[in-house]
Every structure is written in C-alpha cells, then in structure tokens.
Design a protein around this ligand. Structure first.
Ligand code: G4P
Length: 528
C-alpha cells in the first residue's frame, strides 16, 4: 500500500468522559465490532475504584492495566483505528490532557441521566481550544434519563458546542424501542424480549409512511415524527468540514452496554473522522505526507518490573515513515538514537514493528533519554508545541528521609517528573524542592514508587500554595519587574525547564499581585 494510502486510512482518537459514563464499555464494544477481541469483559477498566486510593497494590495493578490499554489498535473496514486511552479520574487529568495532543479527533461520552459532568467540561474545553473534531455519544439510553432536547441544550450550553444530532432515540428507559439514524435514514429496533439484540433494521427515508406506526406504535410514531421535525428545524445540517474544523459536533444516542447505537457511531466515525492532521511546531507546520519522519513523546510509562528499570516512551508519528534500527535525531539532546525494538500496539498486545506511519503510536524503550514533549526527527531541528504544564492543585515540600540515598532520590524525582507524574519546583530563596500535583493521590504514588523503584525514601511537608503561575514580564529590565523579583522572592521558584514561576498562596494574593504589577503576565500554563 502506498505511503499516502497508509496515512489516509488511519484514525487516531481518544474517548473522553467523566468516570462511569461508559468509556470502558464503549471502547470494548468498538473492539468487539472491529474483531479485535472476542468477548465482552476483555478490556479491563483501569479506573481507580472508590475507597482504593491508599491501596498500593491497586495502584500498581492499575498501572499495569494502563500500559496494556494505552493504545488499542484494530482494523475495521480497511481503516486502521488507534484508540488512545485517556484516564477519566481527575487526579490523572494531566495524562489525559497530554494524550489529547496526540489524537486527531475525540468521542465524548455522556451519561443520559447525569448529563454533562465536571470532568467532561474540562476535557472538552481543551479539545475546543485546539479545534479537535468531536463526536458526542449519549450513553445508557436503556435507563431513564433526561429529555433528549434538554440534553442537547445542556451539551451546547455547558460544553460550548454546536450540536447536530445524527441519531435520535425512540423512547427512553423502559420505553426505549430503538434509534432513528438520521445519517443513514433507517430505524434500528431492539428486540422486545432481549434488549441485547437488534431485532430489525428498517429503511425509513420517509417517516410520514404509515408503516412506522405499525412498527413502533401510533403514539411513539407521532412523537418521533414531531421530534425529528424539530431536530431538522432547530439544528444545522451535518457539514463534514465544520466537524473537521471543530465548529460542529454530531451527536449519537445509544447504549454501549447493550450494543445499541455503537455500530452506527463506528460506521459514521470511520467515514467522517479525520486522518492524521498536520501539527504545528515552533518552526513550521509539519504535514503527515512529508517524506521525512518526525514525531513527539506524549506519554512515558515506567516499567513495572523494578529489576528492569527501562521505560516505554509513547511517540505519535506526525510525518514520514518511522523505521526500526534507523538513527533519528533527539532534538533536545541533539544526538542520534536508534531503536532496535520499537513496539506497535494491536488490540491489547504489543509487538515489534519494522515501520509505522503518521497517526500511529510507537512505544520506544528508553533508559531515561526522553521526557514528555520531546521531538524525534530525521535531522531537522523542530520542536512540536502544545504540551503545556498546567498549574498543579496541590503542593508539598519533598524532603529526603534517608541521607544515604540522596542520589537515588534525586534520580527518582527526576525520572518521575519526566514521566509527567507531577511537577517539580525549586524555590529561589532556599533551593528547597517542592512537588505540585493535580490530585492528592499522586503524593502517595510518588512516595511508593520512589521506595520500590529507586530505593529512596521521602517525606512531605506542607506548603501553602494556591496556584503556580508562569511569570512572563513585558520587559525584564524595568523597575516594576525588579521590584516584583525582590518583593516576591519568597514565592518564586524554577520549574524543570528553568522557567520562573510565582507560587501564589491564595487567590487574593494572586489578584493583588497581578494588579500591582500590570506589566507582568502571570499564566496558568507553561506555554504562552
Ligand atoms: P468509565 O470507563 O467511563 O468509567 O465507565 P464504564 O464503562 O466502566 O461504565 C460504568 C458503569 O456503567 C458500568 O457499571 C457499566 O456496566 C455501566 N454502563 C456502561 N454503559 C451502559 C449502558 O449503556 N447502560 C447501562 N445501564 N449501564 C451502562 P458498573 O456497575 O459500575 O460496573 P460493572 O460491574 O458493570 O463492570
């Protein structure tokens, strides 16, 4: 197959949702349709179970599962589909944000009863800012939930999307009969006795036809006709370009658990979802069809076996063909590296590959060369943008609890930060190290992993910080900036890239500081 055909057939995407909306179930059903797995229950949910937050075996088990499900690839109708795993748990939100830099589109799963939830709002906002094409799947239609129109309103208002329903439910919960597919203009009905089975698919180009009453009953037929009339009046027609530009979002209804509406979603997805998209670098826009290979690291996973402390760096291929045993430039280190056993992912297995194409993810064994955001190329010095750090929510000083192991501790902290587990800040005033995390759970994970993987032990000390803001002065020679550096010296730190960060101890002091020093911009992310 030609290089351009290989690119054109790839669909790399992520499924995002609030925990429990049905992401794992939907992923599994997509794999079942793709023939990549044979039975339900094969994809393990790696969500952190409630109450299990201090059970370290549980955390290790989750890490094991999340390696296995990092990339789930399968072929469907001659398309190569790569699903990138995005943890739903809010403590791992940063992992998800980073993975979103490697997807070409997303599917947003919403629970019909719960509607738009907090985590979905945050993740969709990131996708919206990057104009990532999104399809919305409203799940659990077999349960009583919100009215379909109310939900569509909620999706528009809370998520700031412009929706375009491509399917519509016939009833809901107990009365759920099936789905009208506006995309293919047909109706799929549940079999009455067994809601796991589609009893029939009926072509329905004209809903006015009296046959509709025979199939779903007079009352449901009248309601459906009214609803579809309203849908076509109120919502815009589907426009593939608008979807690809991230300005229009098609919506599907269904029940992942019951296999309902999933095939409709998948069939539409492979037709409309974009192949690998061009990616901006600091220097220029890189297009997938370029002959020369380039890619970037969006995730690093430590080996679970403490005896083999290598890590797996996940690279998204942006352009060209990645080949095994070929020297590539590690741009940040300015040195060439060769990879003898790059991994490709298929369903839940990984295997060594000879070559991979744009859109694909390869896993490279790494002994500490990579950190998140690193670029690999055939020689050109480009830096891919768009993997910012966000201000952590929790901060603590980290102390060495075993003076004999300070080297191990330093190495452990260094590597865990490269993996993106947390962020390290070194205070300007006393050189003390502070760690910032998105969730409180990470502190325990870090302590545990330092001990088990690096033989180091640490203790924490409270640090009263509300937000970390990256400091961006308009003029770094003016008196205002000099005064800021002097007055706020107690609250200044450097991140791992040596960027200056202001650690505000409260929302109030952040606002006051911003007012007092208007020429200094304080950013909530490291990329501005
Ligand atoms: P997540 O990955 O988004 O966190 O959600 P997951 O797929 O694990 O689904 C969360 C719960 O919702 C699961 O139930 C799952 O079976 C259920 N679920 C998913 N899709 C549907 C659906 O279409 N209809 C209904 N009624 N339920 C659905 P659980 O009891 O938490 O777990 P399990 O014991 O069933 O695995």
């Amino acid at each position: 197959m030609s290089f351009t055909k290989e690119i054109a057939r790839r669909r790399t995407f992520g499924i995002i949702s609030h925990p429990d909306a049905g992401k794992t179930t939907l992923t599994e059903k997509l794999l079942l349709f793709g023939g990549a797995i044979q039975e339900a229950g094969a994809v393990k949910s790696h969500k952190i179970k409630k109450g299990a937050t201090s059970d370290f075996m549980e955390i290790e088990r989750q890490r094991g599962i999340s390696v296995a499900t990092s990339v789930l690839a399968f072929n469907y109708q001659n398309k190569k589909i790569n699903i990138l795993d995005t943890p739903g748990h809010k403590d791992f939100a940063e992992d998800t944000f980073r993975t979103l830099t490697a997807v070409d589109s997303v599917i947003v799963v919403i629970d019909v009863a719960k509607g738009v939830e907090e985590q979905t709002e945050k993740l969709v906002e990131v996708c919206r800012m990057r104009n990532i094409p999104m399809i919305v799947f409203i799940n659990k239609l077999d349960r009583e939930g919100k009215d379909a129109f109310d939900l569509l309103d909620e999706v528009e208002q809370k998520l700031g999307l412009k929706v375009c329903p491509l399917s519509f439910p016939i009833g809901m919960g107990y009365d759920f009969q099936g789905i009208y597919n506006l995309w293919e203009q047909n109706i799929r009905l549940f079999s009455e006795d067994n809601k796991q089975r589609i009893s029939e698919t009926l072509e329905f180009k004209d809903l006015a036809h009296s046959d509709l009453d025979k199939h779903i009953g007079e009352k449901a037929a009248t309601t459906l006709r009214e609803e579809i009339e309203l849908v076509t009046e109120v919502y815009p027609n589907f426009d593939k370009q608008a979807y690809a530009d991230g300005t229009l979002q098609p919506v599907f209804f269904g029940s992942a658990l019951n296999n309902f509406g999933v095939k409709e979603l998948l069939d539409c997805f492979i037709e409309i979802a974009p192949p690998p998209r061009p990616k901006a670098s600091e220097e220029r826009l890189v297009v997938p069809e370029e002959e020369k290979f380039s890619g970037f690291v969006f995730k690093i996973h430590a080996n679970m076996d403490p005896k083999h402390r290598d890590r797996l760096a996940f690279i998204k291929i942006v352009s060209g063909t990645f080949k095994r045993n070929t020297p590539y430039l590690h741009v940040r280190h300015n040195k060439k590296l060769k990879f003898s056993s790059p991994n490709a992912f298929f369903a839940e297995k990984k295997e060594i590959v000879e070559e991979s194409f744009p859109g694909d993810i390869v896993g490279l064994h790494d002994t500490g060369n990579f950190k998140i955001g690193d670029t690999l190329t055939e020689g050109e010095k480009i830096h891919f943008r768009g993997i910012p750090s966000f201000s952590p929510e929790h901060f603590r000083y980290i102390n060495n609890a075993d003076p004999m192991k300070s080297k191990q501790l330093a190495k452990g902290i260094d590597q865990l930060m490269d993996e993106g587990v947390a962020q390290l800040f070194v205070l300007e005033i006393n050189n003390r190290k502070a760690i910032g995390t998105v969730g409180a759970l990470q502190f325990e994970v870090i302590q545990y992993r330092l001990e088990h993987e690096y033989g180091a032990s640490c203790s924490y000390e409270n640090l009263n910080v509300h937000k970390a803001c990256w400091v961006d002065p308009e003029d770094d020679t003016n008196d205002e900036y000099k005064e800021f550096l002097r007055v706020k010296s107690k609250f200044l730190a450097r991140d791992k890239q040596e960027q200056l960060v202001y650690l505000a101890d409260s929302m109030f002091s952040l606002q006051m500081t911003q007012q007092k020093y208007p020429s200094i911009r304080l950013h909530a992310t490291s990329e501005f």
